[in-house]
Design a protein around this ligand. Structure first.
Ligand code: ADP
Ligand code: MG
Length: 920
C-alpha cells in the first residue's frame, strides 16, 4: 500500500471515531500520522519523522507493537481518548484495518495505579438535576458497579467527589446543564466524555442492564429509579463500545441508598482532608495517617470506608468487634498480615482474565492469592480471633470452590511461565495427555540435537564440534577451521566464519523441520489450553471478587487494629443518637507529628452548641476538626484517638471554613462561603454534626457578626444540629446568655513574663483577651506602637471606635473610625464635629465615659442621641492638608477585618510618622 494510501486510510478511520487520537497498526508498529503524530511527539517525546509520498509529506510517529501499552497509558492519563486500529488480513491476502477499541481514562485496563478507576454516568430528566440524578459508577479494573439515585445536584456532587471518577459521561440533559458541568470541572479531575444520547434512553438501558446482570436483576436489587437504570445502561454501553472487553468481570450490580451513609458533602470531605489535603496531596491526610494495609485492594477499601462512614450500629459494632479482637491478639494479627502479604489484586486479576488480557503469571497470581484464603482462615480460626466476627468474614466466600480453582491452576501451570502465551512452556506435565505426548516428542527431538555434537565427534573422529541454532541459519553443526577439511561427505557447508565453518546434514534438516512443527503445534495446543483455562477462571470472576473483597476487608480491619494498638486508640461506645463525650481526645493526624495536648468534649441535649474562642493559633480549628474526625472514625468502625469516647451516631458531618482561610489559597469567595453555609442550614438535621470555622469572616465586620449571629440562632433553634462554631467575634460569646443550649469554650493561652504560651487545653467559658498585641511585642514591634495598640484595643472594647490621632501641619487632627457604623469621621480638635455616619445604629451608651487618656473626647460627641448624627463623613472646619487627606483615605480604605493586627499597627505607626507625631 502506498503511503498516501496508508495516511488516507488513517484519516478516514480517524473521521469515523470521536476519539481524540488514533493509532493504526502498520506491520510491526502502531503509527500515528498527521496532527496526531505531532501531538503525540510533543506529549510523549516520541520522534516524529516525515513520511512523504505523491509530493505531500506527513508527520509520522510510531511505537513497536509490544510497546503500545505504556504509551496508551501515558496518553490516557493526560486525558486523551485513544482509538486503536488493528491490522487484519482479508481473504485475498491483503490488509485492512479496523478500530478495535477506544482507550479512555475510565476504560484503561492496564493501570498500575492502586486507586480505583471509576467511570461515572450522570443522568437527569427534563426536570433537571434538582429533581433527582441517576448515577452509575463502574471500575473496569475490578468489576465493581454501583448505581444510585441522588436527591439533587448537591447530593450528586457529594457522590461524585466520593468516588472521584477518572471519566464522567454526562447524560443528555446533564450536558446542557452549565452550572452542573462547571461544578463537575471544579470538583473533579475527571475527563468528560460525550456519548451517544440513545445509550441513556430508558428502554434501551433497561435492556442492556438486564442483559449484563440477569433478567431479574432490577427487581432483585430493588432498583426502581429509572434515572439510575439509565445511568447504568449508559456506562455499560460505553464500556462495550470502547471494546475494553471487561463486561464479563462486571458480575454484580450493587445499588445503594445515599442515605445509608453519613452525609459528607464535597466541601467537608476536602476540609477534613480525608484522602487528599487542601493542596491535593496524599501525605498528611487521615487515610495516609492510618493506612497500614498490606495489599492494594485493602488500601482501596480503607479509602472507601473512610469516605463512606456508616450509621448502621450493628455493622459498626461488627467492625469494632473485629478491630478489638485483632488489636488484642498481636500474634494472631501478625499471622493474618503475613498471610495477606502474599495476596495479589484478585479483583483486578479477575477483570484481566475476563478481558482476555491475563497471561500465565497473572493466573499464577490468582492461584497464589487463592492459597492465602485457607492460610488466613487458619490464622483466624486457630486463634482467639475465632470468637470474633472475623471468623464470619473468612467464612463468607465459597472456600471449596476457591480451592477447586486453585487446585486446577496448580495442576496446570508451570512454575516459571514465559510472558507470551503463544509459544508454549506454560503447562505442567500431566495436565493434558495430548500436550504431554507433544512435549515428549519435542523433548526427545531436542535431546537428539543436544547429543548430536558428541555423536558426530565420535562417529567421524572430529574435535571442536558444536551444534547450535540461530534465526538465519536454523540448526547447524559448527566445526573448528583446523578440522573443517576432515568433515564427512554428507556435510553441506553453509557458512564460513573466521575460525570455523558451519554445516548442515539432511538428517539435521529433517530434525529441524520436525522440531519446528512440534514447536508450532505445541504453541497452538498450549495457547488453546491456556485460553480455555483463562475462560474458566473468568467464569469464576464473581468467586474471585468475593475472595478478593474478603481479603481486602480483613486487611482493612487488621490495619485499623495495628493503628489502634500502636497509637493508644480506644474503642468508642456507640449509641444511635445520644450525647457526644470525648475524654482526652486527640487529632489523629496532628498527633503523629506533634506533642499533642489532649482535649475533652461534651455535648448533649442541653448543650448542643459550642462557641469556641481563643487567640489566633491557639488550636481552635484543630480542636474542631479533631472532634469531626473522631466521630467519623467511630462511624467507620475504627477505634479513636481518645482515652474514652461515647459517640452518638450522626447522620452527616458538615464543615465550613471561613472564606478568609480559603481565600488565601485562592479557592473561595465570600459568595461560595455563603452558598455553603446556606447548604448546611438547609441540609443539616438534629442528628448532624456541624463545624463552622470562622464563618462570616470574608466580609465587613458587622456584616459578618450579623450573619454568624443569625446562623447560630437558626442552627440552635430550628436545625438543632450539634454544632461547634469557632469565631474571633467575641460578641458571639454573649449568645450563651440568651440561647439555652449554647455554651462557650475557649482554647487557653497563658501569659507569663511577657511570653504567650499556648496551652492548647480547651476550657469552659469564653476567652478573655486577645494575645495579638503580645505577639507583636514579642516580634519586636517598637514599644510606643505596642503601648498605643493596647490603648486602641481598650478603646475598641469599650466604644467600638478607633481614634487615629496625630498632629499634622495644620494642627492636631483626630479621625474616629466607628466600628458600629463602618464609617469614620475626622475632627480638628473639635469634638463636636466628629460624627457617626449612621446614628440609627450607634449603640446608645449614654453616660459611658469617654476615654480620658486620648486627646480630646471625640467619642463623647458621638454618644449624642442618634438624631444628632449627620451624614457627613468628613468635616474638618478648615481646609485639610493633602497629606492628611491621603492618610484619611488610607484609613478609610483599610479593612480592619482583612488586615492582621500586626500590619494594622504598622500602618498606624506609619500614619503617625507621616503626621509628624512621635506616637508616644
Ligand atoms: P486556630 O484555629 O486557633 O488559629 P489552629 O487549630 O490552626 O489554631 O492551630 C494552630 C497550631 O497549633 C497548629 O500548628 C496545630 O498543629 C497546633 N495545635 C493545635 N492544637 C494542638 C494541641 N491540642 N496540641 C498540640 N498542638 C496543637
Ligand atoms: Mg483556625
Amino acid at each position: 500500500m502506498t503511503s498516501q494510501g496508508i495516511v488516507g486510510e488513517f484519516l478516514s478511520l480517524k473521521s469515523e471515531t470521536d476519539a481524540d487520537l488514533l493509532t493504526m497498526q502498520c506491520g510491526d508498529f502502531y503509527e500515528f500520522f498527521a496532527d496526531d503524530a505531532e501531538l503525540v511527539g510533543e506529549e510523549l517525546d516520541l520522534k516524529v519523522s516525515q513520511k512523504s509520498s505523491h509530493g505531500s509529506s506527513y508527520p509520522m510517529a510510531g511505537v513497536p507493537l509490544d510497546d503500545l501499552t505504556p504509551y496508551l497509558k501515558a496518553l490516557v492519563e493526560r486525558g486523551y481518548r485513544v482509538a486503536v486500529a488493528d491490522q487484519f488480513e482479508d481473504d485475498s491476502g491483503g490488509h485492512y484495518r479496523e478500530v478495535t477499541r477506544v482507550v479512555t481514562p475510565g476504560t484503561l485496563l492496564e493501570t498500575t495505579d492502586d486507586d480505583a478507576r471509576y467511570i461515572a454516568a450522570v443522568v437527569s430528566d427534563d426536570a433537571g438535576t434538582e429533581a433527582g440524578v441517576g448515577l452509575a459508577f463502574a471500575d473496569v479494573t475490578t468489576g465493581r458497579f454501583f448505581v444510585t439515585e441522588a436527591e439533587d445536584a448537591d447530593a450528586a456532587h457529594s457522590e461524585l467527589y466520593r468516588f472521584a471518577p477518572v471519566e464522567i459521561l454526562p447524560g443528555p440533559t446533564v450536558r446542557s446543564d452549565d452550572e452542573f458541568l462547571r461544578r463537575l470541572r471544579e470538583g473533579t479531575d475527571a475527563s468528560l466524555s460525550l456519548f451517544e444520547a440513545e445509550a441513556f434512553a430508558p428502554g434501551r438501558s433497561k435492556h442492556v442492564v438486564r442483559e449484563q446482570f440477569g433478567r431479574e436483576t432490577l427487581e432483585s436489587v430493588g432498583l426502581e429509579s429509572d434515572l439510575a437504570v439509565r445511568a447504568a445502561g449508559g456506562v455499560l454501553r460505553y464500556v462495550e463500545e470502547t471494546g475494553a472487553g471487561v463486561l464479563q468481570s462486571m458480575t454484580r450490580l450493587q445499588t445503594y441508598e445515599t442515605r445509608d451513609h453519613l452525609e459528607l458533602d464535597a466541601t467537608t470531605q476536602r476540609n477534613l482532608e480525608l484522602t487528599e489535603t487542601m493542596h491535593g496531596e496524599r501525605k498528611g491526610t487521615l487515610v495516609d495517617a492510618i493506612d497500614h494495609t498490606v495489599t492494594s485492594p485493602g488500601g482501596r477499601l480503607l479509602r472507601e470506608w473512610v469516605t463512606r462512614p456508616r450509621r448502621d450500629t450493628e455493622e459498626l459494632r461488627r467492625r469494632l468487634d473485629c478491630v478489638e479482637a485483632l488489636a488484642a491478639e498481636a500474634l494472631a494479627r501478625e499471622r493474618v498480615r503475613d498471610a495477606l502479604d502474599g495476596a495479589y489484586d484478585l479483583e483486578r486479576l479477575a477483570a484481566r482474565a475476563a478481558s482476555g488480557s491475563a497471561d500465565a503469571s497473572d493466573l499464577l497470581a490468582v492461584r497464589d492469592t487463592l492459597a492465602v484464603l485457607p492460610e488466613l482462615a487458619e490464622a483466624i480460626e486457630g486463634s482467639r480471633l475465632a470468637d470474633s466476627p472475623l471468623a464470619d468474614v473468612v467464612a463468607r466466600p465459597d472456600r471449596e470452590a476457591a480451592a477447586d480453582v486453585r487446585e486446577e491452576l496448580e495442576a496446570a501451570l508451570a512454575e516459571d511461565p514465559p510472558k507470551t502465551v503463544t509459544q508454549g512452556g506454560l503447562f505442567k506435565r500431566g495436565y493434558d495427555d495430548e500436550l504431554d505426548e507433544l512435549i515428549d516428542r519435542h523433548e526427545s527431538a531436542e535431546e537428539w540435537i543436544d547429543t548430536l555434537a558428541e555423536r558426530e565427534k565420535r562417529q567421524h573422529g572430529l574435535s571442536h564440534v558444536t551444534v547450535d541454532r540461530n534465526k538465519t541459519d536454523g540448526y547447524y553443526i559448527q566445526v573448528g577451521k583446523s578440522v573443517a577439511d576432515r568433515v564427512p561427505e554428507h556435510y553441506r557447508e553453509i557458512k564460513t566464519l573466521k575460525n570455523s565453518k558451519r554445516f548442515v546434514t539432511e538428517e539435521l534438516e529433517e530434525k529441524e523441520r520436525t522440531i519446528l512443527r512440534l514447536e508450532e503445534t505445541r504453541g497452538d495446543v498450549e495457547y488453546d489450553l491456556f485460553c480455555e483455562l483463562r475462560e474458566r477462571v473468568a467464569a469464576r470472576a464473581e468467586l474471585l471478587q468475593d475472595v478478593g473483597r474478603t481479603l481486602a476487608e480483613v486487611d482493612v480491619l487488621a490495619s485499623l487494629a495495628v493503628h489502634a494498638a500502636g497509637n493508644d486508640w480506644t474503642r468508642p461506645t456507640l449509641s444511635p443518637s445520644g450525647p457526644l463525650r470525648i475524654d482526652a481526645g486527640r487529632h489523629p493526624v496532628v498527633e503523629r507529628t506533634t506533642e499533642f495536648v489532649p482535649n475533652d468534649l461534651h455535648m448533649d441535649e442541653e448543650r448542643g452548641f459550642l462557641i469556641v474562642t481563643g487567640p489566633n493559633m491557639s488550636g481552635k480549628s484543630t480542636y474542631m476538626r479533631q472532634v469531626a474526625l473522631i466521630v467519623l472514625l467511630a462511624q467507620v468502625g475504627s477505634f479513636v484517638p481518645a482515652r474514652d469516647a461515647e459517640i452518638g451516631l450522626v447522620d452527616g458531618i458538615y464543615t465550613r471554613v471561613g472564606a478568609l482561610d480559603e481565600l488565601a489559597q485562592g479557592r473561595s469567595t465570600f459568595m461560595v462561603e455563603m452558598q455553603e453555609l446556606s447548604n448546611i442550614l438547609h441540609s443539616a438535621t438534629e442528628e448532624s454534626l456541624v463545624i463552622l470555622d470562622e464563618v462570616g469572616r470574608g466580609t465587613a465586620t458587622y456584616d459578618g457578626i450579623s450573619i454568624a449571629w443569625a446562623a447560630t440562632e437558626y442552627l440552635h433553634n430550628e436545625v438543632r444540629a450539634k454544632t461547634l462554631f469557632a469565631t474571633h467575634y467575641h460578641e458571639l460569646t454573649s449568645l450563651a446568655d440568651h440561647l439555652e443550649r449554647v455554651a462557650n469554650v475557649h482554647v487557653a493561652a497563658e501569659e507569663r513574663d511577657g511570653d504567650v504560651t499556648f496551652l492548647r487545653t480547651v476550657e469552659e467559658g469564653p476567652t478573655d483577651r486577645s494575645y495579638g498585641i503580645h505577639v507583636a511585642e514579642l516580634a519586636g514591634v517598637p514599644g510606643p506602637v505596642v503601648g498605643r495598640a493596647d490603648e486602641v484595643l481598650e478603646k475598641l472594647r469599650e466604644e467600638k471606635a478607633i481614634e487615629a490621632k496625630g498632629s499634622g501641619r495644620s494642627g492636631p487632627v483626630q479621625a474616629v473610625f466607628d466600628l458600629s457604623s463602618g464609617q469614620f469621621a475626622a475632627a480638628n480638635g473639635d469634638s463636636e464635629s466628629a460624627t457617626a455616619g449612621d446614628g440609627g445604629r450607634t449603640p446608645s451608651r449614654e453616660g459611658s465615659p469617654s476615654n480620658g487618656s486620648a486627646e480630646g473626647s471625640s467619642a463623647g460627641g458621638r454618644t449624642a442621641s442618634g438624631d444628632a448624627a449627620v451624614g457627613e463623613e468628613r468635616k474638618t472646619g478648615e481646609t485639610m492638608d493633602p497629606e492628611m487627606e491621603a492618610i484619611l483615605d488610607e484609613l478609610e480604605s483599610t479593612d480592619v477585618n482583612q488586615t492582621s493586627p500586626l500590619e494594622l499597627m504598622q500602618r498606624v505607626q506609619e500614619w503617625q510618622d507621616r503626621l509628624g507625631g512621635d506616637g508616644a
